[in-house]
Write a protein that binds this ligand. Structure first.
Ligand code: ZN
Length: 226
């Protein structure tokens, strides 16, 4: 009897920690994990697009259902908070998670890359080109002045995006576990109108294995079973 009750309690705890009946179920960690019932992010919306139709055709934009809901809530809020800005999301993960080359994480549906929002030479919001020949944008290098050709990083729009992601995550009882972005650019991000509010987020302070100048990586905090 006692054993049966313990089993039932364990089962309940498992269900509570791994999303609802139709939600995704993640396992393990971003470094070593998997996911069941993942969903694909939409290829585009009013103010965002995927980085590559080819890559999403290969299924490289799968995420946990909670992560999808958070991302889409944030984009909706940004239509008003950052009017005109064209956001581009990057790689997230495979349908069932697991090893996702060339990334070291992105294994359980909780990691998503976002290409930096940019402005053109005239200061107008633009969409960073992300052709397959430049590894869908990942090969783009921004200089010390945060410029690449005609484009410059829109730190204000990026700060607003991170704040909206954090707010949308917390509204659902979740959070952002980690943000990775080139540490040389962080002072410029923090210097934007709402930048000070970003200091409550956890940014990686060490050196990541690849430079994160053209994209920022976010790990979402959603409980997973082992
Ligand atoms: Zn990443």
């Amino acid at each position: 009897m006692k054993a049966a009750r313990a089993t039932a309690a364990a089962l309940l705890a498992f269900c509570a920690s791994s999303a609802g009946a139709d939600g995704s179920r993640c396992h393990g960690t971003v470094n070593r994990g998997s996911i069941e019932g993942s969903v694909q992010l939409p290829s585009e919306g009013a103010n965002f697009t995927a980085y590559s139709k080819l890559a999403i055709g290969m299924g490289r934009n799968h995420v946990h259902s909670e992560v999808s809901a958070i991302i889409l809530d944030a984009y909706r809020k940004l239509e008003r908070a950052a009017p005109g800005v064209q956001y581009v999301y990057g790689e997230s993960g495979n349908e069932f998670g697991g090893r996702f080359r060339p990334h070291r994480t992105h294994q359980n549906g909780l990691s998503v890359d976002f290409l930096v929002p940019v402005r053109d030479q005239g200061g107008r919001p633009a969409r960073l080109p992300t052709p397959a020949t430049q590894r869908f944008g990942y090969d783009i290098e921004f200089d010390r002045g945060a410029r690449h050709g005609d484009y410059s990083i829109d730190f204000g729009a990026m700060a607003e995006h991170l704040l909206q992601l954090d707010q949308a995550a917390r509204a659902r009882g979740r959070g952002l576990a980690l943000v990775i972005f080139d540490t040389a650019y962080l002072p410029r991000l923090f210097a934007t109108p709402r930048g000070a509010e970003l200091k409550r987020l956890k940014f990686m302070t060490g050196k990541p294995w690849v430079r994160h100048d053209e994209h920022y990586h976010v790990d979402f905090a959603v409980p997973c079973s082992r």
